[in-house]
Ligand binder design. Structure first.
Ligand SMILES: C[S@@+](CC[C@H](N)C(=O)[O-])C[C@H]1O[C@@H](n2cnc3c(N)ncnc32)[C@H](O)[C@@H]1O
Length: 274
C-alpha cells in the first residue's frame, strides 16, 4: 500500500457530502446524548482526515476530523483505511486520545470482525456509520448486517459511475470477470433485472435502466432485505460536468432520523453549483 501521503483534491459535491454528514452527526449526537445512549462514530473508508479544496486550494477537514469536532462528542470514534499513509495521518490526528481507534485494513473485514459485534441491540450502543468508498469496494454483507443489527444509522456512497463505466455495458458478455465479481459483491444478489430493461436495441443489445431507477432498486433492497425501516430517496452527487458520480444514501431504523436527513438533503438538493 502507498506510503507517501497524498491528499485528495475534492470538488464542490464532495464538500457538500462532508457538510451533510457533519450536519446530521451533530443532530444525531445531540439526540442520543439526551437519551443517554452511548453512541459511536464509524468511518469505514476514512481517508487521510483532510483534503485539498479544488476551488480554493485550502485544506478542508475530511469526515473523520469533522466527526471529532461534533458537539456533544461521540463516545468512541472508529476510523478504517487500507492505505498506510492515510492510517498514519489519522493516527497523528487522533494523538493520545483513547476514544479514537484507527484500523489499517479492509473495512469489509474490520467492520464485521471487530466493530459490529459491539453493536448488538441489547448492548444499548448505537452507531453512525459512514461507508464512503471510491467505487465498488464495499460488500453487501456489511450493509446487510448493518441493517439487521438495528442499531446503526448509515450514510452510503452508491457508486453508480463505477458501475456504468465497468459493469453496466450494452454488451454484458464483454465485462471482465473481476468487474462482475465487484458488482456481485456490492449488490449481493441478482442486479441484472434492476440494471437492464426488457427492451432490446436495434442490434439486439439490452437497454440500461436509468441511474435513478437503479438507485431506487437498491433503496428497496436496503429496506426489504437489509431491514432498514427508513431509507429516503438518495441525493445524486455530481462531478464538474454535471454527471452523477454517486448517490448519497441514508438508512436508519428511526423515523425522526429520516425526517432530519430529508430536511438536510432538501437544503443541498437544489444548490446546483458544480
Ligand atoms: C472517498 S475516500 C474517503 C473520504 C472520506 N470519507 C471523507 O469524506 O473525508 C475513500 C478512502 O477509502 C480507502 N479505501 C479503499 N478501499 C478500502 C477498503 N476496502 N477498506 C478501507 N478503506 C478503503 C481509500 O484509501 C480512501 O482513503
Amino acid at each position: 500500500m502507498r506510503r507517501v501521503l497524498e491528499f485528495d483534491e475534492i470538488g464542490y459535491w464532495s464538500e457538500i457530502k462532508l457538510d451533510i454528514v457533519r450536519d446530521y452527526a451533530a443532530a444525531y449526537s445531540t439526540i442520543l446524548n439526551k437519551k443517554n445512549l452511548p453512541h459511536i462514530y464509524v468511518d469505514a473508508f476514512a481517508g487521510a482526515g483532510q483534503h485539498i479544496s479544488k476551488s480554493t486550494g485550502a485544506f478542508v477537514p475530511g469526515s473523520p476530523l469533522n466527526a471529532l469536532n461534533v458537539q456533544p462528542p461521540f463516545r468512541e470514534y472508529h476510523f478504517i483505511d487500507l492505505d498506510v499513509s492515510r492510517v498514519e495521518s489519522l493516527q497523528r490526528i487522533a494523538g493520545a486520545r483513547n476514544d479514537v481507534h484507527v484500523y489499517e485494513g479492509d473495512c469489509n473485514e474490520v467492520l464485521i470482525q471487530s466493530i459490529f459485534p459491539t453493536l448488538h441491540f441489547e448492548s444499548y450502543r448505537r452507531a453512525l456509520c459512514l461507508l464512503d468508498p471510491y467505487g465498488l469496494d464495499l460488500n453487501w454483507d456489511v450493509m446487510f448486517q448493518a441493517g439487521q443489527l438495528g442499531t446503526i444509522d448509515m450514510f452510503l456512497n452508491f457508486p453508480v459511475m463505477d458501475m456504468n463505466r465497468n459493469v453496466l455495458w450494452r454488451n454484458p458478455d464483454k465485462v471482465s470477470v473481476e468487474q462482475l465479481a465487484r458488482m456481485n459483491a456490492f449488490w449481493g444478489g441478482d442486479w441484472k433485472e434492476a440494471a437492464y430493461t426488457t427492451e432490446r436495441s436495434l442490434f439486439g443489445e439490452p437497454e440500461k435502466e436509468s441511474n435513478d431507477a437503479i438507485a431506487e432498486a437498491f433503496r428497496q433492497r436496503l429496506q426489504k432485505i437489509a431491514g432498514f425501516k427508513n431509507v429516503p430517496e438518495p441525493l445524486p452527487m455530481h462531478n464538474s460536468k454535471g454527471a452523477v458520480v454517486y448517490y448519497l444514501f441514508f438508512a436508519s431504523q428511526v423515523g425522526v432520523a429520516e425526517k432530519i436527513v430529508q430536511d438536510i438533503f432538501a437544503k443541498y438538493r437544489n444548490k446546483g453549483g458544480i
